[in-house]
Design a protein around this ligand. Structure first.
Ligand SMILES: [Fe+2]
Ligand SMILES: [Fe+2]
Length: 151
């Protein structure tokens, strides 16, 4: 059975995914320099996955007879993922991505817990599927964080 907590978390996660798409896209475009290439490629690959996540969440909301929000329901949160003033500051973007992925992991853990408590196995499955992707993204950028030179 679904609860308001579940639909609220699904809507919040949907909006967060779309904000992530916007910031990954922007940073994949703006970064410069020899250290940027691999990070840009990784961001480009993740953009499609984050968009897929939004679609999965939106479809689940539809199944629960709810609508995913439009842009008027949007409030920006990812301050650390804004394009850096110094476009060679790859480290700032890596740290922003790690923070965004940490937030996503926390949201999907909460969604999993709420769905489990409400005996809603389909939403639980959605949460676990997306959580696995976010953990993989986090691991990849943790690797970049170790490797890239500190400014
Ligand atoms: Fe995502
Ligand atoms: Fe992610």
């Amino acid at each position: 059975m679904t609860t308001d907590e579940i639909t609220d978390l699904l809507k919040e996660a949907y909006v967060d995914e779309l904000e992530t798409v916007m910031n990954y896209l922007t940073n994949a475009i703006v970064l410069d320099g020899i250290h940027a290439e691999e990070v840009k490629e990784s961001l480009e690959a993740d953009i499609q996955e984050e968009l897929d996540h939004a679609q999965i969440l939106g479809e689940r909301l539809k199944q629960l007879d709810e609508s995913p929000p439009g842009s008027e329901g949007f409030e920006a949160n990812q301050h650390s993922l804004q394009p850096p003033e110094d476009t060679t500051d790859v480290q700032a973007v890596i740290e922003g991505v790690l923070e965004a992925e940490d937030d996503a992991i926390e949201t999907y853990r909460s969604l999993h817990e709420a769905a489990s408590e409400a005996n809603d196995p389909v939403t639980e499955d959605v949460a676990v599927t997306i959580l696995a992707d976010e953990e993989a993204h986090h691991t990849e950028f943790r690797g970049f964080h170790k490797e890239f030179p500190q400014n």
